[in-house]
Design a protein. Structure first.
Length: 372
């Protein structure tokens, strides 16, 4: 989607939203007090500012809804579950129409969503599913299983596994175990890679065994922290890569982990070029796109967060005006209590020579910002 088209699309979207929700609104940056009428209040709860994408997600959705005349309360919870629950309780006390929630721990919000339901507040789970509650009305995200599948297929193709190449040394990582997405990412990739692990074409020198349904948690990195991934990679290299053994490929579920893993490899003497391992990623974070340009990461799965914000703004508007909320998946996402009707958006693989066409021409980044 070209930059001009994207701009036109968001202006058109804001205009259509504005047409339906024109009522008095007061701008309120991120503090929870709206000060003005709360009749048109939309609460937006984001997990943290320390993981790059959520800043983009929050700002884009907040801007769209404000442009459309809604009052918003945009909150970030520093990856602290209790803080997020308190923020949601504060929002509910202000009688919002809709809560948009990107949860930190998708299993911890049952009680506060009960309060939302009692106050007749509708809830949209944003990017990450909220589990164990009947009070999640809709879910909007990217196709999480496909994200992992694209990472697995990228490794399969890059290494020539389909042509019988190998063995190669693989180190698998998974995302935060409290994040419902992490399981989908990992399973998507592992369903591609597992046959090669079983056939011995992919070897895991660190001995991580991924057999059972929940075994992905043995390689999960809590809170998606770069520094934790870096320390874990240091440990694996120190313990299992002696005597000249080399890491050939790292399954990293997202860019924050990939950054830490690349820093570990660099500190252990790996240099971009000949023996540098394939590292996957997700989110197209700025530092990681620069690492791809510098051959320190092989790919990222880009999820254009603007399109997710656009879709959620439409869902909010449909809920507020009593219209039909658009969904395109009413089967996949069972949260343990119900199948939550969802709207899935397409993730896209980005490699070095596609950065301009996909990330710059679409306006996600400027060439200047990427040093291009
Ligand atoms: C996931 C999200 C990814 C990544 C990760 C860490 O839930 O889908 O895009 O950002 O969290 O923030």
């Amino acid at each position: 989607m070209s930059k001009n088209f994207r701009v036109l699309a968001s202006v058109a979207l804001a205009a259509s939203l504005a047409a339906t929700s024109a009522c008095s609104s007061t701008r309120d940056e991120s503090s929870s007090s709206t000060g003005g009428s709360t009749s048109n209040l939309i609460g937006i709860a984001m997990p943290t500012r320390s993981l790059e994408r959520w800043n983009n997600d929050g700002a884009h959705l907040d801007g769209l809804l404000k442009k459309a005349g809604y009052t918003t309360s945009l909150q970030y919870a520093d990856n602290k579950v209790d803080q997020q629950i308190t923020q949601l309780e504060n929002m509910i006390n202000q009688n919002p129409k809709v809560l948009v929630v990107a949860s930190i721990d998708g299993t911890a919000l049952g009680p506060v969503l009960d309060k939302a339901a009692k106050a007749n507040v509708k809830v949209i789970a944003y990017d990450r599913l909220i589990n164990g509650s009947p009070n999640v009305d809709y879910y909007a995200t990217f196709d999480n299983y496909l994200v992992g599948k694209l990472q697995g297929q990228f490794i399969e193709e890059k290494l020539g596994l389909k042509d019988g190449k190998g063995p190669f040394n693989l180190e698998p990582f998974a995302g935060s175990s409290d994040d419902n997405n992490a399981k989908f990412f990992f399973n998507g990739a592992w369903d591609v890679l597992k046959p090669y692990v079983e056939s011995g074409k992919l070897v895991i020198p660190s001995g991580k065994k991924i057999a059972g349904e929940e075994d992905w948690k043995t390689v999960s990195i809590t809170g998606w922290k770069s520094e934790t991934a870096q320390a874990e990679m240091d440990n694996r290299i120190n313990s299992f890569y002696t005597g000249g053994k080399k890491v050939n490929v790292v399954l990293s579920p997202n860019d924050s982990l990939a950054l830490g893993i690349a820093q570990s490899l660099e500190s252990k003497g790996y240099k971009p070029g000949a023996d540098y391992p394939i590292i996957t990623g997700q989110d197209a974070d700025l530092a990681n796109v620069k690492n791809i340009i510098a051959d320190k990461q092989a790919m990222t799965v880009w999820k254009d967060t603007r399109t997710l914000g656009d879709q959620v703004a439409k869902m909010v508007d449909a809920i507020v005006k009593g219209g039909t909320v658009e969904t395109n998946d009413t089967k996949t996402y069972n949260n343990g209590v119900k199948v939550v009707p969802a709207y899935l958006l397409p993730p896209v693989v980005v490699v070095k020579d596609e950065i301009k066409a996909k990330l710059v021409d679409s306006g996600f980044y400027t060439a200047d910002k990427l040093g291009l």
